[in-house]
Design a protein around this ligand. Structure first.
Ligand code: ATP
Length: 272
């Protein structure tokens, strides 16, 4: 893809020299008997649009939760934007934005009040918060709903106000867990535009998804996770290899086999 190649050429010389946006070494997390993350090493370069992909239960949310300081690892080291997530949490949290899965928002605030509150928490001056909030609400198509309570927002509107709150302090690295889930195509296009502008300015986006077409069209760098382990990581072209699409490379990497539905579901749709 022309856009990937352009991006590879544009960022490759500096990205290797610079500190990665995220460095993960020997990361483990167990929930009782369940091993959710089994010794992950990751180097996510700065200035890229990065997709963390994997099937259901692969460990994506658990990994992102640990990387963003929301869940304590059993073992391992994580550095984000040059700082250790667990020994230097304030430095990391001031440099990142997070849109977590199952985002909890202050439901009894309006969208604008939520941004005002978030901006003050981030230590931004009031006038700057107002200016940025107005621009974000406008670009994300929430201007008309800015005085509505968040509890009355739709799923897509909640994603967009969560994204606005995550971007308000202009973070170096933005983490998004399934940002397009439940979002209509028009809003998805708006979100894409905002994120592309943000990465074009040198910032890093890390987002999780199972939608390969989306990852293929948006990301220039991909990490594939399955069964709590990294199966591949690199530029989109490296991970895709000779496969015709990221989807087929992904199926190959995660060892998916076509199950014979005809054999196992012989009762389904037959004569009643
Ligand atoms: P999905 O794409 O379905 O959201 P995921 O890749 O984000 O999946 P995780 O949510 O990280 O996967 O889950 C990884 C594994 O850890 C799963 O087997 C899950 O059941 C388990 N797990 C995650 N959180 C917990 C928890 N709090 N308690 C027990 N098990 C958990």
């Amino acid at each position: 893809m022309a856009r990937d190649q352009e991006r590879d050429q544009a960022v490759a010389p500096t990205a290797s020299a610079a500190e990665p946006a995220v460095r993960v070494e020997g990361l483990w997390k167990r929930f009782g008997e369940q091993i959710a993350v089994a010794g992950i090493d990751l180097d996510l370069p700065a200035g890229r649009f990065i997709g963390l992909v994997g099937p259901n239960g692969a460990g994506k949310t658990t990994t992102l939760s640990m990387v963003t300081g929301l869940l304590r690892p059993d073992q391992g080291r994580i550095r984000v934007a040059g700082h250790d997530v667990w020994s230097d949490p304030v430095a990391v949290k001031s440099r990142i934005g997070v849109l977590p899965e199952g985002l909890r928002l202050f439901e009894r605030l309006s969208g604008r009040e939520l941004l005002g509150y978030t901006g003050r928490l981030r230590g931004l001056p009031g006038t700057e918060v107002d200016k940025r909030a107005t621009q974000l609400l406008d670009v994300l198509g929430l201007a008309d709903a800015q005085h509505k309570l968040v509890v009355d927002y739709s799923t897509g509107m909640r994603k967009k106000i969560g994204l606005a709150a995550a971007l308000l302090h202009n973070p170096e690295v933005l983490f998004l867990d399934e940002p397009f889930e439940g979002v209509d195509p028009v809003s998805a296009q708006t979100i894409r535009g905002v994120l592309e502008r943000y990465t074009d300015s040198g910032a890093t986006v890390v987002f999780s998804s199972h939608v390969m077409e989306l990852v293929e069209s948006l990301c220039d760098w991909v990490a594939v996770l399955a069964g709590g382990r990294i199966r591949a990581q690199g530029t989109l072209a490296e991970v895709r290899g000779d496969a015709p699409s990221l989807q087929s490379a992904f199926l190959e990497l995660v060892g998916a086999r076509e199950r014979d539905a005809g054999e196992h579901l012989d009762w389904l749709g037959g004569a009643r």
